[in-house]
Write a protein that binds this ligand. Sequence first.
Ligand code: ZN
Length: 82
Amino acid sequence: MHRVNVVTMVMNKLGKKLAIIDGYTYYPTEKTTLISWRCTRGFPCKARFTTDFTMGLRYGFYEHNHRPPKFFIQDGICHKLG
Ligand SMILES: [Zn+2]
């Protein structure tokens, strides 16, 4: 079963791109033709997804080993809590 994920694009306070899916935040690593998005929690969480530069989804693995981070979004900026 392929499920459609809604991606919300925001910035962090430093003006860097973040993507949010299902309450989890991801940061981008830009490759030649694709963007690899990794969970901002990093290792050992292996959740990630890959898009092209128009945000077309190519691959997704969304199993996290932790609860979603707490944050709020104001004017397109993601503010982490705690
Ligand atoms: Zn994670």
